[in-house]
Design a protein around this ligand. Structure first.
Ligand SMILES: [Zn+2]
Length: 158
């Protein structure tokens, strides 16, 4: 069982990604699943300056999945976020999104950058963006129109 992953946003602000959520996303980079892009949203909570990811949605029926494209068209993703919000009495919400790339060490495409700047344009809270590759992942975080890459903190859990 791998450890939970921790990324540093800046100073003492972190993104916490549980191993079990990582494993779900990573399963879509393997075998025949890895032949078309997959994705979903990240649901979690804001704890002070930290983002605690708690779950993710996975590709749904109406999503568009191609070799180099994932378009989150199914309304089930938003529905899952709304449901989490209600069930948690307003602490869990949409905190970001993820998708896979058919490459070993992924980097964001121009389309990714464009989509993300739209998402963070009017946001004051951090939004997390993850791209899962076959051997590594790319992580970014943004708000107020600006998305930057964030790096993994090596070592132990918090
Ligand atoms: Zn992409």
């Amino acid at each position: 069982m791998p450890d939970d992953l921790i990324f540093r946003i800046s100073g003492d602000a972190f993104v916490l990604l549980p191993a079990k959520v990582y494993d779900v996303m990573n399963s879509f980079t393997l075998g025949t699943q890895g032949e078309t892009e997959a994705g979903g949203i990240l649901i979690g909570s804001y704890r002070g300056s930290h983002v605690q990811i708690r779950q993710c949605t996975v590709p749904l029926r109406r999503d568009l999945r191609k070799r180099y494209l994932f378009d989150r068209k199914d309304r089930g993703h938003q529905l899952a976020a709304t449901l989490a919000w209600t069930r948690s009495l307003g602490t869990e919400t949409f905190v970001g999104e993820w998708h896979t790339h058919p490459e070993d060490f992924p980097t964001p495409s121009m389309i990714d950058r464009g989509t993300w700047s739209e998402i963070v344009k009017r946001r004051e809270s951090h939004v997390v963006f993850l791209i899962m590759g076959r051997k590594g992942l790319w992580a970014g975080c943004g708000r107020r129109g600006d998305v930057k890459s964030i790096s993994l903190v090596p070592g132990e859990s918090p």
